[in-house]
Design a protein around this ligand. Structure first.
Ligand code: GLN
Ligand code: ZN
Length: 791
């Protein structure tokens, strides 16, 4: 390779792909719906790319110096690599073109499946809320190098005068994220295919060089996990891989990034960077927000390898403390004795586009925030200050300092009343009476049959519900009319459940747009955005709320709906709340105090709501925690401290409930492994889980663990419109009964029904109720579970 052009002094690892007006989402969905054809989609994507490049240049990133990343995936960046490698699972082998390349239609088929063929699986990208498509690798998977789309982008932008830096998930991370293809020999490890994958990457790098790319960015966040960290030890697999890639003559210069934590051995910070540098990589990136600072020894040893310092948070929305960041950058620069590049900690994929699009935020908030565009400016300003001295960016520093000071002192950021309540908490606030006694008094109060039937909370959110919500927002119906509509909807759902014969009813959640945003809107300390969309997966976006201050609940807000629903029926009706961990996981959370402290505040707000539900006569309250496992830290050494505060927060939210109030929780998954004792620690009276897809295997695991409270293994998968038959459902219940006593078991679907239609919902629930009854009768479980306990 010829001597590379110097790496730019400012860059970002990636930029939101969806577009400020969700242009990409709209184009992709129109293509799926057949409204535009492939060339229409291509045009829309190119327009957005052009706008992005121009915007980034306007914000101060250079255009000809590789400071702009080319990460323009139409659906997902991991799928892009699968496509560029032509690494198709056997069931999709026919999708490749003659030369092994994957066309647009085939690309989306991998993402969405077709007919009988299931799509690639979606899974969380590290500990973020972004989901990627899992590569499926087998013994015989073929790897070619067909990066046509990426080379075309590079060429096209070059003609427009911009030399972009193509971004690819790196080979080690790609295989760490993959799973063994179905049918692969047991114990097959996708990583065993690394040599073939590296050969293909060599081909891709060569074609990118030919297209005019001077630098290529290989993202290796896999190195911040336990397993990837070990591979990055000196002399390990990472070193071998990068020696090969760097040793190749026809290639662009390489930047290897390691966002989401500390790469390599966490007790030898920076060692992984030294390994990459020794292998011949021209630039290495460290995440200085989530990860630790490389040691001085590492810095001194980097030599000609450029350090790219990820100092601006790519995952949260708070304005950067520029002075503090400059101090870190100055130290790093002194340590390496060479120019350091200022960058983001991760791609900006996780944050919305532009704070200035928000016109309805509380007045004080915009000045505290930085979305993607503001973060690009921060990077540019920091790089300027680092190169030319602080005085050259003095106004920026002063402005930032003023905003940060205002934030620290602002009324609402620290609320004495909330702080005092937290300070005064005693151990008692986290503990309920003994579980057996609770079960007894609850059963006396509720008089439920064995194998009680229920649902997880939401009923189908029909077009009618969504239009009514939109109508009240744009003023075409009055709030009173909207409320009237919701009451009718609730009444209909209650009658439906009574007709179906369910034992514990729900109100159906029609008033909630989203299970977190609804709470954010009703708590103090939160704000909602109008345009703050971030990509969750493919064309799906979410709009996280911003938790900026001390949290409290000004007044009861679920109680009116729940009591109304309860007033319509003699059967017990479950109050429905979202738990503290899930509320934090799906929001942008203040960064000025530990998450655990914030979680306790949210817990107290929920505790108040539970107290009001109890006072209104509600006997059952469900607190959903689908994100409990999601927030689990990447490193196992960090698991316990996390589980401690998250479990405590749930207990703080629920332990105010009297023994006669039955607390349920719902978790959206069943791979309990690492968290089963935490789930036990939640001390909920009843826990419903996802289990249908694993044929209830988890029930045996729970029995093996000695789990003794109520459990509702989801007997059917609500992610598909398929209606399970009564026989199938009774067979599943019978399987569960082999592992656990009847008095512990509940019968329910495996998640909320909001994405389903009514037709299949009614049929499925009818079969579910019938199956529960059949099993009750056939096993002579007609009275209560207690009788059975002695049999
Ligand atoms: N109660 C919520 C619902 O039924 C739970 C959703 C979830 O677990 N994600 O929609
Ligand atoms: Zn769920």
């Amino acid at each position: 390779m010829s001597t590379p052009k110097a790496f730019p002094t400012a860059t970002i690892l990636g930029y939101p792909r969806i577009g400020p007006g969700r242009e990409l989402k709209k184009a992709v969905e129109s293509y799926w719906a057949g409204i535009i054809d492939e060339s229409g989609l291509q045009r829309a994507a190119e327009e957005l790319q052009d706008r992005t490049v121009s915007r980034l240049i306007e914000l101060g990133l250079g255009g000809e110096d590789s400071s702009i990343p080319a990460d323009f995936a139409l659906y997902d960046q991991v799928l892009d690599v699968t496509a560029a490698l032509g690494a198709l699972p056997t069931r999709f082998a026919d999708l490749a073109d003659q030369d092994g390349s994957i066309g647009t239609a085939a690309y989306f088929t991998l993402a969405r499946g077709d007919g009988e063929r299931a799509p690639l699986e979606l899974t969380k990208w590290f500990d973020s809320n972004y989901h990627y498509l899992v590569p499926e690798i087998g013994v015989a998977t073929t790897f070619t190098a067909v990066a046509h789309r990426l080379t075309a982008i590079v060429r096209r932008q070059r003609e427009r005068g911009a030399v972009l830096r193509p971004v690819l998930v790196g080979p080690v991370t790609y295989l760490l994220l993959a799973k063994a293809e179905e049918g692969a020999p047991t114990g097959f490890d996708p990583l065993s295919r690394i040599d073939d994958v590296v050969s293909a990457y060599e081909g891709i790098l060569a074609s990118l060089a030919e297209a005019g790319a001077e630098w290529v960015q290989l993202d290796e966040p896999g190195l911040v996990s336990d397993r990837g960290g070990e591979l990055a030890a000196p002399g390990g697999l990472v070193e071998r891989v990068y020696r090969r890639l760097a040793g190749h003559a026809e290639r662009p210069a390489l930047l290897v990034t390691t966002g989401y934590g500390t790469a390599g051995n966490p007790t030898a910070p920076g060692q992984a960077l030294a390994v990459l540098s020794a292998a011949g990589v021209e630039a290495v990136h460290a995440d200085l927000v989530r990860g630790s600072r490389p040691s001085d020894e590492v810095l001194q040893g980097l030599g000609a390898t450029r350090l790219v310092a990820g100092i601006v948070d790519g995952r949260n929305v708070w304005r950067n403390d520029l002075q503090a960041s400059l101090s870190v950058l100055e130290q790093l620069q002194a340590g390496t004795g060479a120019t350091v590049t200022t960058a983001t900690s991760t791609s900006l994929l996780h944050v919305p586009h532009d704070v200035r699009a928000e016109t309805a935020l509380p007045e004080h908030l915009p000045a505290w925030l930085a979305f993607a565009d503001q973060k690009v400016r921060e990077v540019v300003v920091l790089a300027g200050g680092l190169a030319d001295g602080r005085s050259t960016v003095a106004t920026h520093l002063e402005e930032t300092e003023a905003a940060l000071q205002q934030r620290a002192r602002f009324d609402g950021v620290v609320v004495d009343r909330v702080r005092k309540r937290i300070r005064d908490l005693t151990a008692e606030a986290f503990t309920r009476g003994p579980a057996e006694r609770r079960a007894e008094v609850q059963q006396q109060r509720l008089g439920l049959p064995v194998l009680p039937t229920t649902t997880i909370g939401s009923f189908p959110q029909t077009g009618e519900v969504r239009s009514a919500r939109a109508a009240v927002r744009n003023g075409s119906i009055s709030p009173a009319e909207y409320e009237q509509f919701l009451r009718q909807e609730i009444a209909r759902v209650v009658r439906l459940q009574e007709g179906l014969g369910l034992d514990v009813l729900v109100h159906g959640e029609p008033e909630r747009n989203d299970m977190v945003q609804y709470f954010a809107e009703n708590f103090d300390g939160f704000a909602a955005t109008d345009h703050g969309w971030v990509q969750s997966y493919g064309s799906r976006c979410t709009r996280p709320s911003i938790l900026w201050g001390d949290v409290s609940r000004p007044q009861a807000f679920t109680v009116p709906w729940i009591s109304f629903a309860q007033s319509l029926t003699e059967r017990p009706l479950k109050g429905m709340l979202t738990g503290p961990v899930t509320i934090l996981a799906w929001s942008f959370v203040r960064d000025d105090q530990p998450l655990g402290d914030t979680a306790h505040q949210v817990a107290l707000a929920l505790r108040d709501e539970i107290a009001d539900l109890e006072a209104a006569g509600i006997a059952i309250v469900q607190v959903d925690e689908p994100a409990l496992r999601e927030l689990l830290p990447l490193r196992s050494a960090d698991h316990q401290p996390y589980l401690d505060w998250s479990v405590q927060a749930f207990r703080l939210a629920t332990a105010g409930a009297g023994d006669r109030t039955q607390i349920h929780t719902h978790l959206c998954y069943s791979e309990f492994g690492e968290v089963i004792s935490a789930i036990d620690g939640l001390d909920a009276d009843v826990t419903s889980i996802e289990a249908a897809r694993s044929r209830l295997e988890v029930v045996a695991d729970l029995a093996g663990f000695g789990y003794s409270r109520g459990i509702g293994p989801g007997v059917y998968d609500i992610h598909s419109p398929r209606v399970p038959s009564e026989e199938e459902l009774s067979a599943l219940i019978a399987t569960a009964l082999e592992a656990l006593p009847a008095q512990q078991l509940w019968v329910n679907p495996d998640c909320g029904l909001k994405t389903r239609g009514y037709d299949e919902t009614v049929l499925s629930l009818r079969n579910l109720v019938a199956a529960a009854r059949t099993v009750r009768e056939s096993a002579d479980l007609t009275t209560t579970g207690h009788a059975l306990a002695h049999s």
